[in-house]
Design a protein around this ligand. Structure first.
Ligand code: FEO
Length: 172
């Protein structure tokens, strides 16, 4: 049985993951409005990934005999100055999520909850990839600068991203 303290902290994380999904859907909407459909595709896949993260926590709590309490989802930013500003926000958001996951791992250690700590290892690895993905696109966008052709080339590349539910797999 999961402790009340651990379960409450995971409830907050379910909310944070759903909020992340909502943020990325807002970013997808921004890119759709700029006719950058490849970027929008990348963000929609990011949205799907965040939903699977929330469900991984959700299923975990119930598998331990707990019950998730869903909380309201706060509003998200709706507009950005340019594509690089979107990805800088993405990176900063993922760095914040990494901190949240690390805090959960700290609680699991305090609670001597080895099962939760083991489950969190998947998220700790996932966050390395999440931050690296955003950093890579920021670097590419900075290289592109004001070059419209370069932006369209990157848009084509981001259009090829496909959703894969990696939450069922082992720690990378
Ligand atoms: Fe669920 Fe993007 O971290």
């Amino acid at each position: 049985m999961i402790s009340i303290k651990m379960q409450s902290a995971i409830d907050d994380q379910v909310n944070a993951e759903i909020w992340s999904a909502y943020l990325y859907l807002s970013m997808a909407s921004y890119f759709e409005s700029k006719s950058l459909r490849g970027f929008a595709n990348w963000m929609k896949i990011q949205w799907q990934e965040e939903v699977t993260h929330a469900i991984k926590f959700f299923d975990y709590v119930h598998s331990r005999g707990g019950k998730v309490s869903l909380k309201p989802i706060s509003e998200v930013q709706l507009d950005w100055a340019n594509p690089v500003a979107v990805f800088i926000d993405t990176l900063e958001h993922e760095q914040h999520v990494t901190q949240l996951i690390n805090n959960l791992a700290n609680i699991a250690v305090e609670e001597k909850d080895h099962a939760t700590n083991s489950m969190l290892q998947w998220f700790i690895s996932e966050q390395i990839e999440e931050e690296a993905n955003a950093e890579q696109i920021i670097t590419q966008l900075k290289m592109i600068g004001d070059n419209g052709y370069g932006l369209l080339m990157l848009d084509k590349e981001l259009a090829t991203r496909v959703f894969v539910d990696s939450t069922k797999g082992p720690v990378q």
